[in-house]
Write a protein that binds this ligand. Structure first.
Ligand SMILES: NC(=[NH2+])NCCC[C@H](N)C(=O)O
Ligand SMILES: [Mn+2]
Ligand SMILES: [Mn+2]
Length: 307
């Protein structure tokens, strides 16, 4: 299948207000230094880098009523939503460089509204070690980057659930989670209750990435908007050490590459988040460089020689 020729807008969101370890705020620049914009351009994509959106500083405070930095999280997500919405309305593909994963609330809220307005179906591929389905009542940390999927599905504070008007913005049925291997006990109960479609590492081990992607991409057609939310901690920490919540037993390079190539083969993504790159924990920017390499695969770089 041919790739979508859509022009791309890259923008950075330099914050770590949703995380429990500081440093993801440096992610956008690390991804640029690793050559993300040039890599897309060399694939023939028309790409514009709009620079970074602005937001409040990280006050580095303990959680209050189950949330850490809720006001700041709302402010950053509003900025992400506005930027994403403007680019989607202009017919461009937003590529959001995080920042921590709480920012996917802003990007996906914009995408969900865009889908409603255009009468499109939405499919979200959530590539992550974590389900990010906690609520204030059950979170072990208060870190909002552990909550975005729940908030998008309507479980969360009004300010986030209704960020883009009356929520919930998405339904659990819109989501496929791939690479999952760390879900908190109460979170697991909630995930089951809401019927999230999870392709955990055990399943990937048992059936292989090819079948996983066939299942996760099933049903996507020309009327489907595909959003990819790429938390780099889906990758094994041995190849991607630069992230704040490392979990052993993640995707190896070839699995991750096949995953991205199969998304490209299915027509590519219509919007993308690249989040949780933490240069303070990285070695010579290798996590950002790997993320760029995998984004290239997502945009159609292929290892395929046989036809
Ligand atoms: N986007 C992430 N890296 N999320 C990690 C979440 C970790 C843990 N489940 C928590 O809620 O605190
Ligand atoms: Mn995540
Ligand atoms: Mn994660």
């Amino acid at each position: 299948m041919s790739l979508k020729p859509k022009p791309v807008t890259v923008f950075g969101v330099p914050t770590d207000v949703g995380a429990g370890t500081r440093g993801a705020s440096m992610g956008p620049e690390a991804l640029r230094v690793a050559g993300l914009v040039e890599a897309l351009a060399s694939r023939g994509v028309e790409v514009a880098d709009r620079g970074d959106v602005a937001g409040p500083r990280n006050p580095w405070m303990p959680p209050v009523e189950g949330y850490r930095h809720l006001d700041e999280v709302v402010a950053w997500n509003r900025a992400v939503m506005e930027m994403s919405a403007a680019e989607l309305a202009a017919g461009r593909m937003p590529v959001m460089l995080g920042g921590d994963h709480c920012l996917a609330m802003g990007s996906i809220t914009a995408v969900a509204r865009h889908c409603r307005a255009q009468g499109k179906r939405l499919r979200v591929l959530w590539l992550d070690a974590h389900a990010d389905f906690n609520t204030s009542a059950i979170t072990p940390s208060g870190n909002v980057h552990g909550m975005p999927v729940a908030c998008l599905c309507g479980l969360g504070p009004d300010a986030l659930v209704n960020l883009g008007g009356q929520g919930p913005m998405i339904s659990p049925a819109d989501v496929r989670q791939i690479g999952i291997r760390s879900v908190d006990p109460e979170e697991k109960r909630l995930v089951r209750e809401h019927g999230l479609d999870i392709y955990d590492m055990r399943y990937i081990d048992e059936v292989g990435m090819k079948q996983v992607m066939e299942e996760a991409l099933a049903g996507i057609d020309a009327d489907t908007h595909l959003h990819v939310s790429f938390d780099v901690d889906v990758l094994d920490p041995s190849i991607a050490p630069g992230t704040g919540t490392r979990v052993p037993g993640g995707l190896d390079y070839r699995e991750a590459q096949l995953m991205m190539e199969m998304i490209a083969d299915a027509g590519g993504a219509d919007s993308l988040d690249v989040v949780e790159v933490n240069p303070a924990l990285d070695k010579r920017n290798r996590t950002a460089r790997l993320a760029v390499d995998l984004v290239e695969s997502l945009f159609g770089k292929s290892t395929l020689m046989r036809d």
